[in-house]
Write a protein of this length. Structure first.
Length: 502
């Protein structure tokens, strides 16, 4: 009798333990907001970079406060209580309170959008703490793109890039345009190709590019381990990858081709097979190829100057999803540049290729020194409810422009008059091509005193796309398809303006 009762009790205890284990497992699966993820947040500084583990709390990104402060300065002392953390950072006393949004910095305070957390032993702050507090704590400029996993503290000038994919014979050509010279090496692993971008920090305008293509399906930017790189996913097995640098290391051409039926092709010029110091076995080191020596010099190509608006601390307009006009215009300018170069009819010059602030005078000097056949200023802003929309502007001065000057000297604020008729023709040619793009509104060029065109010594037009404002997301304007349509239309419009023969 007692034996039977003991067995039953043990059986009930066993069932209870199994049930408790199942509930714990279910709870673990249904409680992701308090668990760690393998994401990494990078803090770039002029002479260092620091990887900070990201924690996800209530589906929002958080960072441990002490590693962040130690990365950008020196933590002197810490005083921790059950619901309060005080940190002496250099000469500033920082106070955080658990589950509160208000943070005290010395004698001032700031209010975050999310509260301070402490899911375990670490005090966590939302990512926005970096942009809200670090400028005053460190006395340095902080640059951050909303949603990114990297931030730049101090005088850091990151690289940017844009890319496009074109059909090329029995494959495709991937073209990557960098804002400055890079030193690349490549490696392959798990069926993918890796393009390492050197030691300089990179601020990608887009982190992932997807293609419906049998040769390349995706190009993704990754720097989670602190090493910026592009990861190229081929569309299938057995494809050959031939990368080569051009234009002094600012452009990468990578051909993806089907293997030939006979002997494999020789490596492309500018590629040295072998391993560099510290590189993986079988890696390919890329060097910039020497410029080809032409057989006979031809006439110089006419120059088109593209001016991506804003830059640096001048961010321009901002969309609801955090996209800035300065980033959008730079990305768009890179696509226009490649579209014009593909015609082989123009030399193309950008007033800026990175995130730098230029004055109107600096842009004018760069443009006028090139003696352009066309000057295109690219902007994005609030153009009303129609999205996407394109507006064009031509400079037409006011009565205040009539400045007294010697007959032999034309004041710079009047130089536009010599090109007004040609600017009108350029605007008409561009508007006609924009109007052919389905689904967008394209107004005729308006003549207004827009400052960016006033002192340009050549036909000039400002092109603005919209709407980019705090009430709308930027998806329609950042779409690669839309930007490529604009770039193609600009190339066609310039050809019509030049009569098909620049």
């Amino acid at each position: 009798m007692w034996g039977v009762i003991t067995v039953r009790r043990q059986s009930a205890r066993t069932r209870f333990c199994i049930l408790l284990s199942l509930l714990a497992a279910v709870g673990f699966l249904l409680w992701p907001s308090r668990q760690l993820r393998s994401d990494t947040f990078l803090i770039y500084q002029p002479a260092s970079r620091t990887a900070i583990p990201v924690q996800i709390v209530d589906q929002s990104k958080y960072l441990p406060i002490l590693p962040v402060l130690n990365a950008v300065g020196k933590v002197g002392a810490i005083q921790e209580k059950r619901a309060t953390l005080k940190v002496w950072f250099d000469t500033t006393e920082l106070e955080l309170r658990l589950d509160e949004k208000r943070v005290r910095l010395g004698k001032t305070s700031l209010t975050l959008g999310l509260p301070v957390r402490r899911p375990g032993s670490q005090w966590l702050v939302p990512v926005e703490f970096l942009t809200a507090a670090l400028p005053s704590l460190t006395g340095r400029v902080v640059e951050y793109k909303v949603g990114a996993n990297r931030i730049f503290v101090g005088d850091v000038k990151p690289l940017t890039f844009s890319l496009r994919l074109d059909l090329a014979g029995n494959g495709v050509r991937l073209t990557v345009q960098f804002s400055d010279k890079v030193a690349l090496r490549t490696a392959s692993s798990n069926g993918k190709w890796f393009l390492y971008l050197g030691d300089r920090p990179v601020q990608p305008l887009e982190t992932s590019f997807h293609f419906q293509n049998p040769y390349i399906t995706e190009v993704q930017f990754d720097d989670e381990d602190g090493v910026p790189k592009l990861v190229v996913t081929p569309g299938g097995p057995g494809l050959n990858f031939y990368p080569v640098l051009a234009e002094g290391g600012k452009v990468l051409f990578a051909d993806v081709l089907k293997p030939p039926a006979t002997q494999p092709p020789m490596p492309a010029a500018g590629i040295q097979a072998g391993g560099a110091a510290g590189s993986e076995p079988g890696a390919v080191v890329l060097t910039a190829p020497e410029e080809p020596i032409p057989g006979a010099p031809g006439p110089p190509l006419p120059t088109v100057v593209i001016d991506p608006a804003h830059g640096g601390s001048d961010t321009g307009a901002r969309a609801r999803d955090g996209v800035l006009e300065k980033d959008l215009t730079l990305q768009w300018a890179a696509r226009v540049r490649l579209a014009l170069l593909a015609t082989r009819k123009y030399h193309v010059q950008l007033t800026r290729t990175g995130d730098v602030a230029l004055s109107f005078e600096q842009r004018e000097i760069l443009a006028n020194a090139a003696r352009p056949v066309a000057f295109l200023a690219l902007h994005a802003g609030n153009l009303g409810n129609t999205n996407p929309r394109v507006a064009l502007f031509i400079y037409r001065g006011t009565a205040g422009d009539s400045t007294e000057a010697p007959p032999s000297l034309i004041p710079w604020n009047l130089v536009y008059r010599a090109h007004l008729d040609q600017s009108r023709k350029l605007g008409q040619a561009l508007q006609a091509r924009f109007a052919q793009i389905p689904g967008i509104g394209a107004d005729k060029a308006a003549e207004v005193p827009v400052r960016c065109l006033r002192s340009i010594d050549g036909p000039s037009v400002a092109i603005e796309i919209g709407s980019l404002n705090a009430d709308q997301d930027s998806g329609a304007l950042t779409s690669p398809v839309f930007q490529q349509q604009l770039a193609t239309a600009i190339a066609a419009g310039l050809e019509a303006f030049q009569g098909g023969n620049p």
